[in-house]
Design a protein around this ligand. Structure first.
Ligand SMILES: NC(=O)c1ccc[n+]([C@@H]2O[C@H](COP(=O)([O-])OP(=O)(O)OC[C@H]3O[C@@H](n4cnc5c(N)ncnc54)[C@H](O)[C@@H]3O)[C@@H](O)[C@H]2O)c1
Length: 249
């Protein structure tokens, strides 16, 4: 489905990003794995190459403009083009707002929102030249409704939502589409950190979704690939919930 297309996935050393990189590779894309975690990111690329796929790792601190600029340039220099940008990397800090330090707030905003601005900024320059491109941002149900206890995280995802719509509106004239996915709780290392490994707690969280289970990284990756593909060529500015019905209630 993505033969001769180049897909950059941020935060692709783990969880949703890793699975997205794997699915793009399975669909014949040339994949750029970007992450701050060099060991795991290199591991993902080794796995892809062993499977006969074309992939590179670019060590990137997404809160740094120089690193984001280098990421896009390296993708272009290596594969000759940048067709797809998946802004996926994010962190969760659950400190209650009245106890949150400015450092924590800034870290959340920088990682979850500024990173998407920086990567989009530099990818757009290449995409505008090519009059073609697709951006998929990983938002959350918490960009749509307030998830209790994580106000600052919710605020970052609200920002991701409006950044996505703005990208869609401003860059449609260059044949560039932008959409986001909004997952509820997905079973990833991030979730293990935030709710722990306790099966009973996971089951309780799963019951928040009418479908009655937690999401998998594959569930989200499949939605991302749809939005990155030509099958969604008339879809832009959309927020696709991947939430087992969580926001339908
Ligand atoms: N897991 C969930 O329940 C869930 C639900 C909704 C939305 N999301 C969103 O999905 C995205 C991926 O989450 P996940 O669950 O796969 O998380 P994860 O922790 O498994 O993976 C996140 C990856 O981002 C990387 N990263 C973090 N900060 C970085 C930085 N400054 N520069 C480069 N890389 C950095 C990490 O090294 C890691 O590899 C995030 O944006 C998250 O907010 C997750």
């Amino acid at each position: 489905m993505f033969k001769d297309r180049v897909a950059i996935v941020t935060g692709a050393a783990s969880g949703i990003g890793k699975q997205t990189a794997i699915e793009f590779a399975r669909q014949a894309a040339q994949v750029v794995v970007a992450d701050i975690d060099e060991k795991s990111g290199t591991g993902v690329v080794d796995e892809l190459k062993t499977g006969g796929h074309d992939a590179i790792f670019v060590k990137t601190d997404l809160t740094s403009e120089a690193d984001c600029e280098n990421l896009i340039a390296t993708a272009g220099d290596t594969f000759g083009r940048v067709d797809i940008l998946v802004n996926n990397a994010g962190i969760e800090i659950s400190t209650p707002l009245h106890e949150m330090s400015v450092h924590e707030w800034d870290r959340l905003l920088d990682t979850n929102l500024k990173s998407m601005f920086l990567c989009s900024k530099h990818a757009l320059r290449t995409m505008i030249e090519a009059t073609s491109g697709v951006i998929v941002n990983v938002c959350s149900v918490s960009g749509l409704v307030a998830w209790p206890g994580i106000a600052a995280y919710n605020a970052t995802k609200g920002g991701v939502m409006m950044l996505t719509k703005s990208l869609a509106v401003d860059y449609a004239k260059y044949n560039i589409r932008a959409n986001c996915v909004c997952p509820s709780i997905i079973d990833t290392p991030m979730t293990d950190t935030s709710i722990g490994h306790d099966a009973a707690v996971k089951e309780q969280k799963a019951q928040l979704n009418p479908i009655g289970r937690l999401g998998t990284p594959e569930d989200v990756a499949n939605a991302i690939l749809f939005l990155a593909s030509d099958k969604s060529s008339f879809v832009t500015g959309a927020a696709l919930t991947v939430d087992g019905g969580y926001t339908a209630i």
